[in-house]
Design a protein around this ligand. Sequence first.
Ligand SMILES: Cc1ncc(C[n+]2csc(CCOP(=O)(O)OP(=O)(O)O)c2C)c(N)n1
Length: 656
Amino acid sequence: MKSNFLGEKRYPVLSKINGPADLKTLTHDELIALSNEIREYIIKVVSENGGHLAPNLGVVELTIALHYVLNSPEDKIIWDVSHQSYAHKILTGRKELFTTLRKFGGISGFTRREESEHDAYTAGHASTSIAYAMGLAKARDKKGGQETIVAVIGDGALTGGVSFEALNNLGHSKTRLIVIINDNEMSIAKNVGAMAGYLTRIRLDPAYNKLREEAEKVLKKIPGLGERVCHIGESIKESIKALVVPGMIFEELGLRYFGPIDGHNLERLIKAISLAKEINEPVVIHVITKKGKGFKPAETHPEKFHGSSPFEISTGEPKKKISSKTYTEVFGETLSRLADYDERIIGITAAMPSGTGLDIFQKSHPERFYDVGIAEQFAVSFAAGLASEGYRPVCAIYSTFLERAYDQVIQDVCLQELPVVFAIDRGGLVGEDGPTHHGAFDISYLRIIPNIIVAVPSDEMELSNILYSSLQWNKPCAIRYPRGAGTGIPIQKDWTYIEAGKGRFLEKGKDVAFIGIGKPVNEAIKAAQILEKRGISATVFDARFAKPLDRETILEIAKTHKLVVTIEDNVIAGGFGEGIISLLNDNSIKTKIINLGIPDMFVPHGTPEELYRLIGLDGESIALKVMDLFSKSEMKANSRIEKTFKKAITRLFKNG
Ligand SMILES: Cc1ncc(C[n+]2csc(CCOP(=O)(O)OP(=O)(O)O)c2C)c(N)n1
């Protein structure tokens, strides 16, 4: 892919950096100049390609300091989520390729092992870095290696349960590992929870570390006592530390704590990382950074610029405005309006108030809104508890992140048949965020659970009606919808009740029947229009539900068409289409059926349109597939006629 990296004039220091080794020869002033150039470059590329701007601007100095002290790829840096790895990419041999960020065929917005030897982890989901890094560190120790391993985790990611599980194991095992907490007080939105409060207390007490060092010094100096204290040791020392250290959670867990350190001060960062590298036990370095640092709009609106579409650098305004309402907005507005009538409704998000549209509900019903942090498992069990007491919790979680709470969906919600509504945003192919974020599996993983209703609306008004109806079904229910703009259909103020498991006809034909759910139903309509011009008449049936299926209607459709094509933006394996195959088999219906959906692969990043074309789910590809099948079956029919004709002639000659 062609690069438009601007080179020496604009980036005099960066243009000389081709790998981490080149950093080591730079002076302090050059390192500072480098941080400014990297910031400028990140802003330029993200303004064109979109991406995670604010998190990346916050860790430029931290990244430089890490690569200055460490020797990557022998030493390994594990970036939590890895949405903040742009400077890391730029410094590790990808500065030209960086212009292809998030483009189809270009480099990923996250670290990926197959992309570079400097990416030791393919990540995208939060809170896993310490656990993974500890695995690397244990492997190193078993092999007798010496390399340094660092996990960089944000204060937001630290709200996820798996990070606590990792700290618990790390402190216990005493494995040599550096954990850097990148504390900017933000998850995507303002960070929440007791740990966030704890970090704030430390942050607000800059005297803390000094006091701790002083306490230890004084202790050692007490004649006769100092040495004894070091022998009787830890208990007295610890109790004195406890007097001066607010909380001491990390030290109590068995981790050495350094901090808080100004995360934009290169000298301090380099010193702290160098020191931590020499310590033969787990160390936590607590670094304070500013999200969006160096770009005013991002500093002022770090949530808006957490992940951004292309924008004008001069104003920070988006380059393209979305023409119709997004599914996310329609969900947020509908829930808000429903909550005006239904006092049982409670909105729950796992650290994604704006991403899920629940910020709209938060504004209208703050007392019924819960942001629980990056804690999807907690969110689901919490919702189950509320539902068991008569509330109607609506858990708004992205498809890909709900994977983490699968056990809770089965055990706590479906087994107890509790009326929790899962509002599952980002179902299907999300686009530029790629395989870690595609909602590719949800229809498969949900439709196999007893008791649940799985609805997959194909436009935003359907989403609104289904959300309205779901509150009356009194059962566990998942409503799954895509990222981005809706179809533009007018949103009616009054809702229409939809019966669970009832589909709708969008077109009626006689040759091929498209039976689809969700966004790709709109591609089936396009395919039907193309086919009509070729003399093939198509039915388009929006099944609306992956569970329960509209059995009678689907069976009738299958009996009356030559070909059935199922369509979904979920993996074919275990998906909606396979459900239809089972239904037809169980009823001994022999109509030819093919399943279209996501094949058995992790789909890469690119625009949704590019990805739909890649997997053959766009209207044109669908139509071509059907034409191909029809011409093949015509050929088969022709050759059958030919054979019968030949046989008849032979018989005639024999008899004659
Ligand atoms: C399991 C999971 N849930 C939600 C997300 C969405 N997400 C991506 S980054 C982020 C916030 C992370 O905050 P923090 O770790 O403090 O990093 P920062 O962006 O502030 O640098 C969230 C909620 C995710 N990636 N993984």
